[in-house]
Every structure is written in C-alpha cells, then in structure tokens.
Design a protein around this ligand. Structure first.
Ligand SMILES: C[S@@+](CC[C@H](N)C(=O)[O-])C[C@H]1O[C@@H](n2cnc3c(N)ncnc32)[C@H](O)[C@@H]1O
Length: 262
C-alpha cells in the first residue's frame, strides 16, 4: 500500500549550484527544502550527494542510509551493460529483439529504468514513462549523469527519453507509435516473500500496488504496433481475459507476450 512519507529535499554539497538544484527540485515536487538535516523534521530525504541524487532515510543520529539511487554507469546496471547485454536473455526475447531487429519500445512502468537501459544497450529506442514524481526525479538524475559519461553517453542521449505521466493517458489516445509496449507493474504484495527486497519495499511504499495494471494492459493493446509484454510473478493469473500469444518463463517470474500486429 502506498504510504504517506514525510520527505524533504537537501544538498549535502555546500555549493550554491547544488543548493539551487535542491531548491528547484523541492519547488517542483512541492516538498520542503532544508539547508541541513538538523533543520528538517522529516524521516526521508531526496539528497544531492557527490555521486548524484539519492532517496535516503535518516533514522539514527548521524546516519543517513541510501535507499534508492539510479546508476547506469557502475553497479548492477553498469555490469549488465558491459557483460550481460545479450539478445539471448529472456527480457530481450520478450520485447522482440532478434538478430537485425531492434523494436522501438514504450516502457510504460519505467521505475528505476533498469529494464529500459537493457533495451537501449541492445540498440532499441526507448521511451520511458513513470508516474511517481520521486522515482521520476531519481531516474532523471541517473540519466543526466549517464549522459555525461563516455561509455553511456550515446546509449542514454540518443536512445532514451523520459517523461512523467500516467502511461494509461498516453496509451489510451495513442496512434500505434511503438513496436513494443513493455509493462512491469508492481507485483501483488506477498508478506514475508524472500523477493521483497528492501528496494522493492521502498518503491511499494512510494508508489503503492499498481492496482490498475489490468487497465494499463488494455490501453496498451490498442497502442502497440507489434506486441505488448507484461512481466508477471510466476504462477500469477493473467491480467487480461485475452490469452497471451506466448510466454517467456523465468525462475520466479514470466513475460506474457500479446502479439497485436495483424
Ligand atoms: C516494478 S516497478 C518497474 C521497474 C522497472 N521495470 C525497472 O526496470 O526499474 C513499477 C513502476 O511502474 C510505475 N507505474 C505503474 N503504473 C504506471 C502507469 N500507469 N504510468 C506510469 N508509471 C506507472 C510505478 O510507479 C513503479 O515505479
């Protein structure tokens, strides 16, 4: 369930340019902006740090713990980029990537942009859409940093575009612009699931349960040139009365693929 979190914005980099960034982000998100942690009464912070914008919790005195951070250059995404970007991976197969074929993808549930980055690394043009203002600004910051690094510059600047919107609105009135529409709504909440990693728990607290996944899927059917892909937990019911054209199974989840081209 979506929680009402008390969030402030601040910069721990004591430079006017970063203080200004923090102020304008706070204005955009309608959140308080503070000069220091001591001034703020909130538990959660969007913080400009040396490595970029992070979503943090401040629980113990002098302990700021980073909960969410988008990094396409190093870490897991950097690793994927250099070692794991193969067209044989299930995610690539699901969206229709084949030798010589790179579909354009509308990622309607962008989140932290990981799946979208894989599509872009493999050569697809990706339009990302995220409706949570907090996730959107973290993703925007990650994309901006990656666009300044030599190894990710081309991928991010020429193949990834981000907007903040409810994707249903875009898809409901969209001509069939994209070859593939990719959906990865939040999984239904399963208490005590080993899969409930801290990061996913935090995202769930911020965005809720994505209960409108079925409506998003219906909207996508009318807007995809070739296929709609939805990621589902293993064993979960389909989110539509329509049967998937085929399924790409994985260990704990699966991709349901609906071909839409005639
Ligand atoms: C499980 S996360 C997606 C993770 C993402 N695939 C990744 O690789 O980081 C689901 C995200 O979809 C977003 N979302 C769900 N429904 C949406 C909609 N109708 N429009 C825009 N964003 C949506 C949620 O806010 C959440 O951030």
């Amino acid at each position: 369930m979506k929680k009402s979190l008390s969030i402030s914005v601040l910069s721990i980099i004591n430079l006017p340019s970063f203080q200004d960034k923090a102020k304008s982000l706070a204005d955009r998100l309608n959140l308080p902006c503070h000069q220091s942690i001591a001034e703020a009464a909130s538990e959660f912070f969007l913080v400009y740090t040396e490595i970029g914008l992070q979503f943090c919790i401040y629980s113990n005195p002098d302990q700021m713990q980073s909960l969410l951070y988008v990094d396409f250059v190093k870490g897991k995404n950097g690793y994927r980029h250099s070692k794991n970007s193969t067209i044989r991976q299930p995610l690539a197969k699901a969206v229709g990537i084949k030798p010589g074929v790179r579909p354009s993808v509308f990622d309607a549930t962008a989140g932290l942009g990981r799946d979208a980055f894989v599509f872009a690394c493999l050569g697809c043009e990706v339009s990302l859409c995220e409706r949570s203002a907090i996730l959107h600004c973290l993703l925007e910051d990650g994309l901006s940093r990656a666009s300044q690094e030599t190894k990710t510059m081309e991928i991010v600047s020429s193949r990834m575009t981000l907007r903040m919107e409810d994707s249903k609105k875009i898809l409901q009135n969209s001509p069939r612009t994209y070859h593939t529409i990719y959906l990865d709504p939040m999984y239904p909440h399963r208490p005590n699931s080993a899969l409930n990693r801290q990061e996913m728990r935090v995202i769930r607290d911020l965005v809720g349960d994505d209960d409108d996944g079925g409506m998003l899927l219906e909207a996508a059917f009318g807007a995809a040139q070739n296929r709609v892909v939805i990621k589902r937990p293993k064993g979960a019911v389909e989110l539509s009365d329509r049967k998937p054209s085929f399924v790409v199974p994985m260990k704990n989840s699966r991709y349901d693929i609906y071909l839409t081209s005639v």
